[in-house]
Design a binder for this molecule. Structure first.
Ligand SMILES: *Cc1c(COP(=O)(O)O)cnc(C)c1O
Length: 460
């Protein structure tokens, strides 16, 4: 399997090269050159597999340059850190199924992808004799999942900036109590945007980036999408013996739902429809409902990990919408770069609407959803998951099972849950006693040079 860029200006590369490249060097996103065929025999064999076996079977369709035994080992190691035997268990609650994606070490769905990516990075760096210094900024969730993905790994150091005292206490502790020698937390006296701008400036210094082997773990890495395709297939095959299923996905970056789109291409008879759920940052629901993809202003909601108005994986879907025409995709993205807006006419809308339905869910609706779901099902949703469950309610169809992706454990967003149900959610073991652990963090001014200095002092 070779990988190409959505902008068509690199020659095809292997899976390994795609993982190390992250963002395509022509500014596009990497995608498999062809979509593998899945036949009836595959589907039958896959139905009874463990999560790890299924991950191996699915990933092998897209990865042909890692020894199959080694790939299996990487998968085993990645999911050994999960606290549930099914890795992503599926539970029926009321009239929907909840796909619990939060049993990894940081209790959010990003672990499913980042545990795998961390192991793949380590494996490839060992093979090439290279090293990597990962640099990133976080508003909370991604940082801890990235840190747990690479803690203790050889040939990798990780530097994560978070806004000082502007992430929740739990989020801060989840990051700073990881004291492995290769983990460096920086708290910036400023906002998340300041942190992001600093990281961007440093990455734009190409000489520095190369000298210090800077790497990223952002949501556009193909290996992350691939790891996420697996749980869609896992859930669909559990429920689709009689017919297809629908999925509802709370999304911001278009990453998770794009994995669902790929899963749907592999299993068109088992996966029917994707519900794209957003909070008040409605960029993506405006796109699906009105063909209007235009930058908005970020508003803060009770589901902060989706407070995004620029969907970094959107270009991957755009490429398919353009009939895999890289030239058109590139022109569209150039236009978007200049105007901050793309408008899709009725023809496109018909295609978009056959791929997705959508709903934008308000803060009030989210809190009410947490509350009513708790009353009716004795089950506590986190605010992100609640956005998806609420959106799903508008698209329920009696005959077709609805699977709602649960992207975080409610205890990670205790304040919103408390507001909705009048008590705080139970603390799972992984979050207990963090405040008593040793913590390590460097507090710095929001200044590029200060951050650069700290990276230089501690880089591999
Ligand atoms: C990152 C995140 C999301 C959104 O994921 P996308 O890949 O942007 O769709 C949803 N919920 C939680 C809890 C997250 O951390």
């Amino acid at each position: 399997m070779k990988y190409i860029s959505t902008r068509g200006q690199i020659s095809p590369i292997s899976f390994k090269e795609a993982v190390m490249m992250g963002l395509a060097t022509d500014g596009g996103l990497l995608l498999p050159q062809t979509m593998p065929e899945v036949d009836k025999k595959n589907v039958t064999a896959w139905r009874d597999m463990s999560y790890q076996d299924l991950a191996h079977a699915v990933m092998s369709l897209f990865v042909d340059d890692i020894d199959p035994g080694d790939l299996r080992e990487l998968i085993n190691r990645s999911y050994a850190t999960f606290s549930h035997g099914d890795i992503t268990p599926l539970v029926k609650k009321g009239d929907v199924y909840i796909l619990e994606l939060f049993h990894g070490p940081t209790l959010a769905f990003k672990d499913v992808a980042l545990q795998f990516l961390g192991n793949v990075f380590e494996y490839l760096l060992k093979e090439s004799g290279d090293k990597m210094n990962i640099l990133g900024a976080t508003s909370g969730d991604t940082g801890s999942a990235a840190i747990y993905g690479v803690r203790g790994k050889e040939r990798i150091n990780i530097f994560i900036l978070h806004p000082h005292k502007r992430v929740s206490a739990i989020q801060e502790l989840q990051m700073t109590t990881v004291t492995d020698a290769n983990v460096f937390n920086m708290a910036i006296r400023g906002t998340f945007d300041d942190g992001q701008a600093i990281v961007k400036t440093i990455f734009n210094d190409i000489a520095f980036k190369e000298n210090y082997h800077l790497g990223a773990v952002n949501s556009i890495n193909w290996a992350r999408i691939l790891a996420q395709v697996v749980y869609y297939i896992y859930a669909a095959l559990k429920l689709s013996a009689k017919g297809p299923v629908d999925f509802s996905v709370p999304t911001g970056n278009f990453g998770d739902i794009f994995a669902g789109y790929i899963a749907g291409k592999l299993l068109p008879n088992q996966i029917r429809r994707l519900v794209l759920a957003t909070n008040e940052n409605d960029l993506l629901s405006r796109f699906v409902l009105h063909g209007d993809y235009s930058l908005g202003k970020v508003v803060h909601t009770s589901s902060p990990s989706m407070d995004i108005q620029l969907a970094s994986n959107f270009e991957r879907y755009l490429y398919f919408l353009r009939g895999r025409d890289a030239e058109r995709t590139r022109k569209d993205m150039e236009e978007f770069g200049q105007t901050g807006r793309l408008v899709f006419p009725e023809d496109d809308l018909q295609q978009i609407r056959s791929d997705f339905v959508s709903r934008c869910v308000s803060r009030q609706e989210t809190l009410e959803m947490i509350s009513s779901f708790y009353r009716e099902n004795d089950y506590v949703l986190d605010p992100h998951t609640a956005v998806g469950v609420k959106a799903a309610q508008f698209h329920l169809d009696g005959d077709v099972p609805m699977v709602c992706l649960a992207t975080a454990h409610p205890a990670k967003f205790g304040t919103a849950v408390q507001e909705a149900i009048g008590r705080s959610p139970e603390m799972p073991e992984g979050l207990q006693g963090l405040e008593n652990k040793e913590a390590r963090c460097k507090v710095l001014d929001a200044d590029v040079e200060k951050v650069r200095e700290f990276v230089v002092e501690n880089a591999l």
